[in-house]
Design a protein around this ligand. Sequence first.
Ligand code: AMP
Ligand code: GLY
Length: 448
Amino acid sequence: MATSSSPTFGGPPSPLEKANLELEKYITMKIMVVGGGGREHAIIKKIKENKSVEKIYALPGNGGIAADAECVDIGAKDIERIVDFAVANGIDYAVVAPDDPLVLGCVDALEEKGIPCFGPRANAAIIEGSKVFSKNLMKKYGIPTAAYEVFDDMEAALKYLESAPIPTVIKADGLALGKGVIIATTLDEAKQAVISMMQDKQFGSSGDHIVIEEFLSGPEVSVLAFTDGKVVKPMVSSMDHKRAGDNDTGLNTGGMGTVAPNPYYTADIAKECMETIFKPTVDAMNKESRTFKGCLYFGLMLTENGPKVIEYNCRFGDPETQVVLPLLESDLLTVMQATTNGTLAETEVKFGDGHACCVIMASAGYPQSYEKGFEMTIPEDIAPDVYVAGAKTADGKLLTNGGRVLGVTSVCDSLEEAIKASYAKVEKIHFDNKYYRHDIGKRALAAK
Ligand code: AMP
Ligand code: GLY
């Protein structure tokens, strides 16, 4: 870490201060962030605030991230090349942000070469990588979640559905780009979902095993938490908006906007979650010899019978990160390193009292088919609040290059102001075919 060494008031620096200034020049770190979406952009912007960071590489990053880090054309799933790059470039610390490389063992491979990392090893990332694993873990350790059955035989699953309560929820076991969950409101729909997962292999081998679970209702809350495997320090809560259309209509997406904190998540509920969900999960992973270090994401539903886990993710959420990190007052890199070193208990993780709102600007047609390659204009004064998810540069121009194009965040004293400020910024950002929801935060406002 850089030492503090401001010169003595009114005089020249003392010998000690001079030595500290000299030292600061040498305490520099090269950081590598694996991934290339809005979440990674938010992580990079926050890490940059640490004065001992000399250089940040993004693998692969994107055209917008290029303003804040050096983008390297290596895909986030190309573990071998990621490791080679890290070794060749003397990376001091790596942040592996997306689910795929974590589940594939990117952290294990980097650690083998002596490179410290933020993120869980593969044997712990399975908490997201396999829904069968996470459901069985919760059952074994009494962590509240929806009742469920696991099937690896299609006929048995179809037979079970005949007497299952409807609506019912059908989940493919493995990673499926957030699309492997079907909420079936009729028996026919439920059967069709099972057939498309298990017979038609809609999600490839992710559908070899499926979970059929009880339909729960209640407000949803995302809680991201830092953990070093010993203590767990939750971040400020947030609320995602998963559906594509206003008023929660249309298809499920990767997330169309977020607000933080989530008004449904009261101090009492937070306390209950710590005792019944957060600590028991970290302890359970230790008991299974799968110590989890990094960011553990709890997707919760606040049901009439108390908070229950809908899903675990082994990483920061997207776009939750784009509202959570702007509210973080502590130094992100220091906290990340504490999760790696096992010193999180002694490390401050402090959030401000403000409210944040992030509106995602997407390409019209997302999450299905959409056009890309349109020039984007982002006014300079807004750029610090923009997290670019899908863009590339060509001939010095920034062009849209994805379904979700960017997120715009504002932090204000009230949620109302934050929403207003973000939509004012959205109005100033231009690209053809832009699409966004107009009601991000509306539900949260109504809950207050
Ligand atoms: P997941 O990919 O597991 O986050 O699921 C996607 C969305 O499906 C969640 O955000 C919930 O809105 C919904 N969902 C998942 N499981 C259930 C459940 N058991 N009951 C009701 N809704 C659910
Ligand atoms: N926003 C949900 C996720 O990151 O999975």
